[in-house]
Design a protein around this ligand. Structure first.
Ligand SMILES: C[S@@+](CC[C@H](N)C(=O)[O-])C[C@H]1O[C@@H](n2cnc3c(N)ncnc32)[C@H](O)[C@@H]1O
Length: 708
């Protein structure tokens, strides 16, 4: 367009030159720099659990795609429908009649819906002090809105690996796979991404970082999208190239070995230098850059039964109020059994193995006393299933590195005396923008690792290398041991797995919230459709990625055993046996949609409780309630809900007995009463008003969500 000014300058007629010049200036005001893409019909969501009623927007279950109808009337189980586009009738074809059983309710993005987190399963191995990780089976557009309610401006890291839009029918837009033949495939992808990124941006703290991985199919478009003024223009952005397959795959005329990760840093984000810059040549890979880990005192592998090392079966004495180790008892003769009374469960720790049998420790009581003085032995979490604490210690190699000065003691925990270690400063380097580590190979450390965990049945295309995600999370959270990490394109669950691994390697309680939909592969979906099995039917849903891959994977790696109970084979790169699992807690939820006209008040209260628990930091074992008491004060979590406003004074007295409470939810429809109660309670608490019509508190999917 710059050329046009030169051409105008050559127009001899002055009046014409001025007039055309003015027109062109006007036109240029409307010219956008950057990405211009088509807007599409709004995305829709099918809600199989909602009843089909007159007036509802519906689709035919059997049909894929997005052909929508409005229900005009229902008589004797047969619905009369008229065609509808974007919710408006189009009159063509004329009305049709379809059995109600063959229809499913649809909502467009922009039509309010009422979400509820429905608990499905859980695994608790982190003890009461570790927060809970979450896996949510949902479309991320809805989950992000719920997360915004709880965590707007509070998230440290967002890591996402969206569908790459390769043209190989690897994702769906409006209930239809997007393939190479679709001329709108890029704009559909961009419009899907933009909606989600607008919400994601609002989740990040000013010190937060978002990482988006991508390959050659959309890298250019994504880069420009992120740079748009309403997106991440004010974040500093850098792109890393990551070698994920050294052998290369044929892509056009060159052999492709890499993919990319965009980092978007909030204005206050910081990234700590690491001992591995992820590029420096190192054939032995990153092992020499890895800090020695805190090892498990419980012996694994050979000679790990009690009778194999009789002198190493002794109690570790714990003060659970801190919690910390205070001493070590004498070995217990083989003919005596540990007498573990309920009150002593957390005071005395024995070497109980993951399968429940008796094992032994790796180090004698005398040596451990020396280690305790030096701060080289400490507690991990409490494992309720084994009824013992995990005990961790720094082994001989680590101690030698401390003596030689290769690593240094960075500090001591004031309560327990346990040291924290770091490399001596000379070895710290800034991470590079090209990563080349064989541990980032997505074949070995993605697909093969997943097969090892799930068995041959675990089908998932292109999981990330566990270590590529681990290194990303280490880069952005090494200085934030309590970071909140969200991945809303969770897939097989690599990000949650990597979070647990980083906590294990570096210490800390980073928490991961993983969202994935329950997409079914195209092949399985068409088979199920032939058998008249459709989304929403448990027979269909159990083949989805959340149900059949993400949950079994996350649960198995925490427990150290497959879903069939067999121990996981192999070790992590730092030597930690996979069969020992991780000290983490995880709860699995499904995002359901409620019918506000049908749900009983008690059920509505129950439905919102997980969201309140989530807002209060996913801390403590979650409890249920129907809300029929004046207030709800869960035993283990730092929040409380005042249900009957009139009981405020008695409630305040009760609150005084629970110094751990941080969040107070006050149910009242009056803004004035809320302000007054909040003032009376004082600044100590984070107070939140909830409306009596519980579900309205969390109405999502409204037009506002589309604006971001
Ligand atoms: C490229 S994969 C992520 C792989 C993941 N990083 C791993 O290592 O397993 C993208 C995933 O996002 C999920 N997904 C796609 N669209 C989604 C949506 N709208 N909401 C939630 N999940 C979605 C798909 O099911 C797919 O599993």
């Amino acid at each position: 367009m710059a050329k046009i000014e030169d051409l105008i300058a050559q127009i001899p007629d002055e009046r014409l030159k001025r007039a055309i010049g003015a027109e062109v200036r006007e036109l240029k005001k409307n010219k956008k720099f950057g990405l211009v893409f088509e807007e599409h019909l709004p995305e829709t969501v099918r809600l199989p659990k909602l009843p089909v009623r007159e007036g509802e927007l519906v689709a035919k279950k059997r049909e894929t795609g997005n052909e929508l109808w409005r229900v005009k009337s229902i008589r004797k189980g047969i619905a009369t429908l008229e065609r509808s586009i974007e919710g408006y009738p189009v009159g063509e074809p004329a009305e049709v009649e379809v059995p109600v059983a063959e229809l499913v309710v649809v909502r467009s993005f922009g039509d309010p819906i009422y979400p509820a987190l429905v608990p499905v399963d859980r695994v608790a191995r982190g003890g009461p002090d570790k927060p809970w990780n979450m896996l949510i089976n949902a479309d991320n557009f809805h989950a992000l809105q719920l997360l915004l309610y709880a965590y707007e401006g509070k998230v440290d890291v967002i890591y996402i690996d969206p569908p790459y839009n390769t043209g190989a029918r690897d994702w769906k837009y409006n209930n239809d796979y997007v393939d190479k033949a679709d001329t709108f495939r890029h704009s559909k992808w961009l419009s899907m991404m933009k909606k989600r990124l607008l919400l994601a941006k609002r989740l990040l703290k000013p010190s937060g970082v978002m990482i988006v991985t991508i390959d050659e199919h959309e890298v250019q478009h994504l880069g420009v999208l992120l740079a748009q003024s309403d997106m991440f223009a004010n974040h500093s952005r850098q792109m890393c190239t990551i070698v994920i397959n050294e052998k290369g795959v044929a892509q056009g005329k060159l052999s492709r070995v890499e993919e990319y990760a965009f980092f978007c840093f909030g204005p206050k984000a910081d990234i700590a230098p690491q001992n591995d810059d992820l590029l420096a040549p190192d054939r032995k890979d990153s092992k020499r850059f890895t800090l020695p880990r805190w090892e498990w005192l419980l012996r694994g592998g050979t000679n790990s039964r009690r009778e194999d090392r009789k002198q190493l079966f002794f109690p570790v004495i714990v003060d659970p109020s801190v919690p910390k180790i205070v001493d070590f008892g004498d070995p217990l003769p083989l003919d005596q059994q540990p007498n573990l009374e309920k009150k002593d469960e957390k005071r005395v720790s024995w070497p109980f193995r993951t399968d429940g049998s008796l094992g032994n420790w790796r180090v004698s009581p005398g040596t451990l006393r020396e280690y305790l003085k030096k701060g080289y032995v400490k507690l991990g979490g409490y494992d309720a299933s084994r009824k013992t604490w995990t005990i961790l210690y720094l082994g001989k190699k680590a101690q030698k590195q401390i003596e030689s000065g290769a690593i240094k003691i960075a500090g001591r925990n004031p309560d327990t005396g346990a040291v924290s270690i770091e490399f001596t400063s000379g070895e710290q380097r800034q991470i590079k923008t090209v990563w080349h580590r064989s541990s980032h190979d997505s074949g070995n450390y993605g697909s093969t690792m997943l097969r090892n965990i799930l068995g041959e049945g675990g089908v998932f295309a292109f999981p990330k290398s566990l270590y590529a995600v681990r290194d990303t999370l280490r880069a952005v959270t090494s200085h934030q041991p309590d970071a909140l990490i969200i991945d809303f394109f969770g897939g097989s669950g690599t990000t949650l797995h990597a979070t647990a691994l980083v906590n294990h390697e570096m210490g800390g309680s980073r928490k991961c919230i993983l969202v994935t939909n329950n997409e079914v592969t195209e092949k399985i979906e068409s088979k199920l459709r032939e058998q008249d099995v459709f989304p929403g039917d448990p027979k269909f849903e159990r083949h989805g990625v959340a149900e059949s891959v993400a949950w079994p994977r996350c649960r198995s790696v925490i427990e150290g055993r497959r879903m069939d109970g067999t121990p996981l084979q192999g070790d992590y790169l730092d030597g930690h046996p996979m069969s020992e699992g991780f000290n983490e807690n995880l709860e699995y939820f499904r995002l359901d949609f409620l019918d506000p006209d049908e749900i009983a008040r008690g059920d509505a209260f129950k439905a919102i409780l997980p969201v309140l628990w989530m807002m209060a930091g996913c801390r403590g074992e979650r409890e249920d309630s129907k809300g029929s008491t004046p207030w709800f004060l869960p035993k283990h979590s730092p929040f409380v809900v005042l249900i009957q406003e009139k009981q405020f004074h008695a409630f305040r007295e009760k609150l005084a007995e629970r110094p751990d409470i941080e969040w107070v939810f006050l149910i009242t429809d009056s803004e004035e009463n809320f302000s007054q109660m909040r003032r009376t309670l004082g600044r100590k608490y984070e107070c939140v008003q909830l409306y009596k019509s519980y579900l309205d508190n969390f109405r999502i999917n409204t037009q506002d969500a589309l604006k971001g």
